[in-house]
Structures are given as C-alpha cells and as structure tokens.
Design a binder for this molecule. Sequence first.
Ligand code: OFO
Length: 171
Amino acid sequence: MLSEKMLERLNEQINNEVYSAYLYMSMSAHSTHIGLKGFANWFMVQYQEEMVHAMKIYDYINDQGGQVLLAAIKEPLTEFESPLDMFEKTLTHERFITGCINDLVDLAVEEKDHATNIFLQWFVTEQIEEEGNDNDIIARLKIVEGDGNGLLMLDKELSTRVFTPPVSSGA
Ligand code: OFO
C-alpha cells in the first residue's frame, strides 16, 4: 500500500522516465540527421531502456493497488551543438534523474515504506551505470575533438549497442 504522497511522486517519476525516453528519441533523430547512425542507434536503445524504466514504475504502482495517472510530457530539446553537447546534456539529465531517485528513496525511508525502498534500489544501481556510460563516452568525445575519423570510429562502436528486453520474473 502506497501513501498518497508516494503515489504522487511515483506517478511523477513515470513522467520523468517517459520524458527521458522522449529526450533520447530526439537526440536519436538529431544524430540521424547529421549522419551519425551509430549515435542514433545508441540513443534509440536508450529510448527503449527509458520506456522500460517507466513501465517498471507503472507495474509497481498497479501491483501496490495504486492508480497510475499520466500527465503531459514536456517538449524535448531538439537543438544540439555537437555530439559532445548531446552527451553533456544527457549526463546533466541523468544527474537530475539520480536526484529524483534519491529523493524517492529518502521518502520511502521516512515513511518506513520498505517495499518501495527495495523496489527503488534497482534504479539506484541503474543510475550508477547510466552516469558511468555517459562519462565514458564524454571522455572519448573529448579525445576525438573535431577529428572526423575518430568520430566515425566512435559512431561505428555505438552502432553495436543492442537493446536487451527485461526478463520477466514469471511471477
Ligand atoms: Fe536514464 O535512467 Fe531512467 O530516466
């Protein structure tokens, strides 16, 4: 059973996750437009992962007998100066999401809502991986800096990222 406040915050987090998906879809479209299909692939996989995050919370609210209430998704960014700019904006956004997850955990602890606290731990771990991936790509983009060949090599590498659908627990 979720408190009203927790239900409201979890519904807000569904919105944040769908916005994340929308933002990365926008970055994917931009990457395609500038001829970087590998980057486009990477961001489209990220879009799919974000929808998984949203659906995890959606399912959790339903499992807890709460009501999912969807709200408008704000318009994503559409203009980016460079691939580095896109990944810096990605990292900034992921740090914001990490803050949201931490606030949710704080609330769960405050409310002694152990079930939600355990549920949220998956997201805590996921954010470490997400920020790590972004930091790694940013570091490499800084090495490449304006070198077309280097950028195309990185593009090739990002083209290999594959979306792995979550495994159902069967429960
Ligand atoms: Fe990017 O982790 Fe969800 O939002």
